[in-house]
Ligand binder design. Structure first.
Ligand code: GDP
Length: 442
């Protein structure tokens, strides 16, 4: 599967970083060196790697990240964001002509997957309610016309072809007329490829462009060829002004280099990716989904986002102050629990962490029940009791137990737990709380 080795290496790097708690400048440098090597081994263009690592390092090295409660997570988040940016940011949709038909020209080297992709794209657009016509302009490879007719037939798409005619430009022109006459709102041209880019091929493609003015010129490149694919894309782009790229064979054993460099090198968006040989295996390319896949931690990323939203940093600071002045009350306790809870059911939160097993989840569910009881007990206290202004006498305890639907035993257990926390607070308030908090970073 694509990106496997890159994913594994990046995940290892982040695992080491997370294990450190607080991230030092040296740790960050070491991690960035590993990221750099992983990307180079994945056959990502050297300049792209250099710029990427520089951008991530600059952002990650900032005080905001290094001094946050969770520096390691912030670094992962930045790598994710920069990967998305590298692949183009937002997903770019196919351009649709304001006046039909939308004309899509497929270009690329032989074997890249043009013919297959032309049909796949036709099938995808048909599903969206369009009426595509495929046009066979690969006149040099006799089998190519037949191939387009076969795959088009499998998807029940009409194919315009002229047997025995070698004038590709003329076929494209007449095919377009045919599309207009038959109310086909999408016209997809399959062109000839060569083993290498040559002048004759480029001239023919340019001639077709002049004649039919495509809405989209999609360059089809084979992701398995790594940096070669990027070089091909760069050359095609400088000659032909392509409007987008289709990366094929991403289902194969690709190292990911093409997917990660082609946008940066050509400045043209990847619009689709081929994910298999079946005619339905064409997908819109989403940079954010691809980045999650590369990091192999889609769920982990949403967990980080959730934690960020849930963790009210201002409240954490207030608590820190309170701890230092030793005024930790039941209200603060409740606040802490609310923050934990706003991350969602504990099982779900834990379930997102790789490696958490079912047994741990079962224990967590018990904890959650306990938490509900603690919450009930505290909310059954009066404001004065919560703020420690009124002492909890036996009669008050009984009232609280009744009000919360718990028992005196549970109320006493909570009080004991609270006393222990206060003791801890006393010890902590002597030291530097700030540091202790930060060391807790995941
Ligand atoms: P063309 O010469 O550019 O028209 O390339 P073809 O469309 O004939 O494709 C060349 C080979 O690549 C064929 O065997 C296709 O089945 C295969 N192919 C194309 N796209 C994909 C893809 O996304 N995944 C896989 N696994 N194979 C693909």
């Amino acid at each position: 599967m694509a990106f496997e080795s890159l994913s594994e290496k990046l995940q290892n790097t982040f695992k080491k970083l997370r294990g450190k708690g607080k991230v030092s400048e040296k740790d960050l440098k070491a991690a960035m060196r590993e990221v750099k090597l992983a990307l180079l081994e994945a056959d990502v263009n050297f300049k792209v790697v250099k710029d990427f690592v520089r951008d991530v390092s600059e952002r990650a090295g900032g005080a905001e990240v290094m001094e946050s409660l969770t520096p390691a997570q912030q670094v992962i988040k930045i790598v994710n964001e920069e990967l998305i940016k590298l692949m183009g940011g937002e997903a770019e949709k196919l351009n649709i002509a304001s006046k039909p038909p939308t004309i899509i020209m497929m270009a690329g080297l032989q074997g890249a997957g043009k013919t297959t992709t032309a049909a796949k794209l036709g099938g995808l657009l048909k599903k969206q309610g369009k009426r595509p016509l495929l046009c066979a302009c690969d006149v040099y490879r006799p089998a190519a016309v037949k191939q387009l007719q076969v795959v088009g037939g499998q998807l029940e798409l009409p194919v315009y072809a002229e047997e025995g005619v070698t004038d590709a430009v003329g076929i494209a022109k007449r095919g377009l007329e045919h599309a207009v006459q038959h109310s086909n709102d999408v016209f997809i041209i399959d062109t000839a490829g060569r083993l290498h880019i040559d002048e004759q091929l480029m001239d023919e493609l340019k001639e077709i462009v002049r004649e039919v003015s495509p809405t989209e010129i999609l360059l089809v490149v084979d992701a398995m060829t790594g940096q070669d694919a990027v070089n091909v894309a760069d050359k095609f782009n400088s000659e032909l002004e392509i409007s987008g790229v289709v990366l094929t064979k991403l289902d194969g054993d690709t190292r990911g280099g093409a997917a990660l460099s082609v946008r940066a090198v050509t400045q043209k968006p990847i619009k689709f990716c081929g994910m298999g040989e079946k005619l339905t295996d064409l997908e819109q390319f989403y940079p954010d989904r691809m980045a999650s896949r590369i990091l192999g931690m889609g769920d982990m990323l949403s967990l980080i986002e959730k934690a960020e939203q849930a963790l009210d940093l201002k409240k954490a600071e207030e608590l820190e102050k309170k701890l230092m002045t030793q005024k930790f009350t039941f209200s603060d306790f409740l606040d802490q629990m609310e923050q934990m809870k706003s991350m969602g059911p504990i099982q779900n939160v834990l379930g997102m962490i790789p490696g958490v097993n079912a047994k741990a989840l079962k224990n967590a569910s018990v904890d959650e029940k306990k938490m509900a009881h603690i919450e009930a007990i505290i909310t059954s206290m009066t404001t004065e009791e919560r703020e420690l202004k009124d002492k909890l006498t036996p009669s008050r305890k009984e009232r609280i137990a009744k009000g919360s639907g718990t028992s005196i035993v549970e109320v006493n257990a909570l009080l004991k737990q609270f006393e222990q926390m206060q003791k801890m607070v006393k010890q902590l308030s002597g030291g530097n709380m700030n540091k202790k908090f930060k060391r807790k970073g995941l």
